[in-house]
Write a protein that binds this ligand. Structure first.
Ligand SMILES: N[C@H](CCC[C@H](N)C(=O)O)C(=O)O
Length: 278
């Protein structure tokens, strides 16, 4: 499946027992030796009567992570098409809390991704010794990367994001700066690196070098983080249309502790079975 080109293997772990090793997750995600995906999404039963499903996410590097916005839309499409639910509005628990995806009449999917988090310790981000610049309602941090300093907004959507504004996403050094940011010592759990080009107050173009997956064609939580950072900096107004290399996403956020709403497509490409090596 994919959501704006961010591609996933989605596995039903309600009707089969799934307990894979890191090496097996990596094998599944490998585009040459396995099936190939940015992330692997696992659909599990919920042990809470008020929650419809549990949703686990593994990056292509085999690491389990807290949240995946594009994946949440593929999740809804999967459980709906597999008739694992008759609901169109779900409550789904993830490692970072409960999200609420909803299947819209036009086939798009809107996900309440919860409120953004800015406290450094919760990102987690180590600002020690750095002096932030206050820009409207945002704190912008000077991060030293590959011999130059980049002004970063740092925000969590359950997973960590460092977002910078660039003049052009096409000329941005995503493939060199991206991994340097992802693995920067000030992010103890690494970080997703967003490169945002502002078009107007309601539109951006975005590239994201994702933690554990490299550059993807779209990043849902990255689109949320970029829109939130731009709104906080007084440069964007909700809703924000986000153009990614894989398609269009729409983000709505009313500020402060209100939830970030992510809307976009979810497409099933094919399904099948695989015999996993031990
Ligand atoms: N690479 C992310 C997980 C997937 C997020 C992205 N695919 C999305 O749509 O939000 C991380 O390590 O936090």
């Amino acid at each position: 499946m994919h959501g704006a080109g961010n591609d996933f293997i989605v596995i039903d772990a309600v009707n089969q027992h799934i307990d894979l090793s890191t090496a097996q997750w990596k094998y599944l995600a490998d585009r040459r030796f396995g099936i190939g995906a940015d992330q692997i999404l696992v659909v599990e039963q919920s042990d809470d009567a008020d929650i419809d499903f549990r949703y686990r996410i593994f990056n292509a590097d085999g690491g389990e992570v807290e949240q995946c916005g594009n994946g949440a839309r593929a999740f809804v499409r999967f459980v709906t098409d597999k008739k694992m639910t008759h609901k169109t509005a779900l409550k789904v628990s993830t490692m970072s809390g409960v999200i609420a995806p909803r299947l819209e009449a036009d086939g798009s999917i809107t996900v309440d991704m919860g409120a953004p988090v800015f406290a450094s310790s919760l990102i987690p981000f180590d600002p020690q010794g750095l002096h932030a610049t206050t820009v409207a309602n945002d704190q912008v941090w000077p991060l030293h990367i590959r011999g130059h300093t980049i002004a970063m907004s740092v925000v969590s959507m359950g997973n960590p994001h460092a977002v910078q504004i660039v003049d052009s996403v096409e000329s941005a050094d995503v493939l060199l700066d991206g991994p340097a940011i992802e693995n920067h010592v000030r992010f103890p759990k690494r970080v997703n690196a967003g490169f945002m080009q502002i078009i107007d107050r309601h539109a951006i173009v975005l590239r994201v070098y994702e933690r554990g997956a490299g550059e993807t064609l779209a990043c849902g939580t990255g689109a949320c983080a970029a829109a939130v950072a731009g709104i906080r900096r007084g440069l964007l107004d909700s809703p924000v249309q986000v153009t990614t290399r894989g398609g269009q996403l729409s983000i709505a956020w009313q500020g402060d502790a209100s939830p970030v709403m992510l809307t976009g497509p979810a497409v099933t490409v094919f399904e099948g079975e695989i015999v996993l090596p031990d």
